[in-house]
Design a protein around this ligand. Structure first.
Ligand SMILES: C[S@@+](CC[C@H](N)C(=O)[O-])C[C@H]1O[C@@H](n2cnc3c(N)ncnc32)[C@H](O)[C@@H]1O
Length: 337
């Protein structure tokens, strides 16, 4: 039950408590101080205009600070936080109010039903990127892809610019229950130019016990992998490479610019430089006997530009622009035979 203190009294008690918490240990003992309840925190951060936190963010941050389930916190607005948890959650709210994303504060993000560790060195996985997982899964499970005849074919999947490893790990996790002896049937590779991002991807793979199924390589685009990859009969490439033009990046949210690596977001040539270079290297390495499918995430306005470029390199091949759940052009699929 909330004790019958006035607002001024509560503030005073909180001040004293903070002062007590920050004192050098062992010098002073104050008992029975006033502890703030969830209802009061809600009052302060959900109803205020200047210090407003979205309810969903409020409970994720509160749950992270108190290490209590969201469902418990939602059901117990009378629950009092101890001094340590209140200081922690206030710090999280302060960071959120300065536009840091919830994922960056708590250090993880949900993607395709899995939880991925993220740091300042990785892009925070976006829901729209789940489309690349769906497209690659479809391709792999499709009878036409040749994977159904894996005894004869060798299949390789490469995730270029893997970041936290969200795409390739979601693929492996989704395929494990569907394809027997997955390890002997598909070779999975993941590359990134950032050693720090790769280290996070490896930790994520380990956490999901799939680190023995994915080979991680540091390098520029396909890097040193070219020989290994291009000896396969069927190659699938997923890539969510940097694709923002300088101009679009300049107008992006402060939270993105301040807390996510620029090198994960911006590319030259109106944002398509990385994809142009990737397609050129695929063109130079492609041998006639191979089938290659590429799934590339784009910004909605880039669909036709990228498709035109790909058509100039592979005039006879099948191309398709795929839409995300919001109905926006989000990926280009290119199938080379
Ligand atoms: C947009 S982030 C995508 C991360 C992750 N795949 C995802 O979907 O959230 C792009 C990633 O590409 C990496 N990258 C940038 N330039 C690269 C290059 N030339 N070769 C390989 N990776 C690169 C960045 O370090 C970053 O991790």
């Amino acid at each position: 039950m909330v004790p019958p203190f006035s607002a001024d009294q509560k503030n005073l008690i909180r001040e004293v408590r903070r002062w007590v918490d920050e004192r050098p240990p062992g010098r002073l003992l104050v008992k029975d101080t006033y502890y703030m309840t969830i209802a009061e925190l809600q009052q302060e951060f959900l109803t205020s205009n200047e210090k407003h936190i979205a309810p969903e963010d409020f409970f994720i941050l509160l749950s992270h600070a108190t290490q209590k389930e969201k469902i418990f916190l939602l059901a117990h607005s009378e629950y009092s936080l101890d001094a340590k948890d209140e200081t922690l959650v206030r710090d999280f709210f302060r960071r959120r109010l300065k536009h840091e994303s919830v994922a960056s504060i708590v250090g993880h993000k949900e993607f395709y039903g899995y939880t991925f560790r993220v740091t300042r060195d990785t892009l925070i996985p976006r829901p729209e990127t789940e489309l690349l997982v769906e497209l690659a899964l479809d391709r792999i499970l499709n009878f036409e892809s040749g994977i159904s005849a894996q005894e004869k074919n060798t299949v390789t999947l490469v995730d270029v610019g893997t970041g936290s490893g969200n795409i390739v790990i979601s693929l492996v996790k989704s395929l494990l229950p569907k394809i027997k002896n997955l390890k002997s049937k598909i070779n999975f590779f993941a590359t990134d130019i950032s050693a720090a991002a790769l280290s996070v991807a490896k930790q994520n793979a380990k956490q999901y016990c799939v680190d023995n199924l994915i080979k991680f390589h540091k390098g520029n685009l396909l890097g040193q992998l070219e020989k290994k990859i291009f000896s396969a009969d069927e190659i699938i490439i997923t890539a969510n490479l940097p694709y923002l033009s300088e101009e679009i990046y300049r107008t992006s949210d402060d939270g993105v610019k301040k807390f996510e690596p620029r090198s994960a977001l911006v590319s030259d040539q109106e944002g398509l430089g990385h994809y142009y270079r990737l397609l050129k290297s695929v063109k130079s390495l492609h041998e006639k006997k191979q089938s290659i499918s590429l799934f590339l995430e784009i910004s909605p306005e880039q669909g036709f530009l990228l498709q035109n470029f790909a058509t100039s390199l592979f005039p006879k091949e099948e191309m398709r622009i795929h839409k995300d759940l919001a109905g926006k052009n989000r990926a280009v699929g290119i199938h080379i035979r």
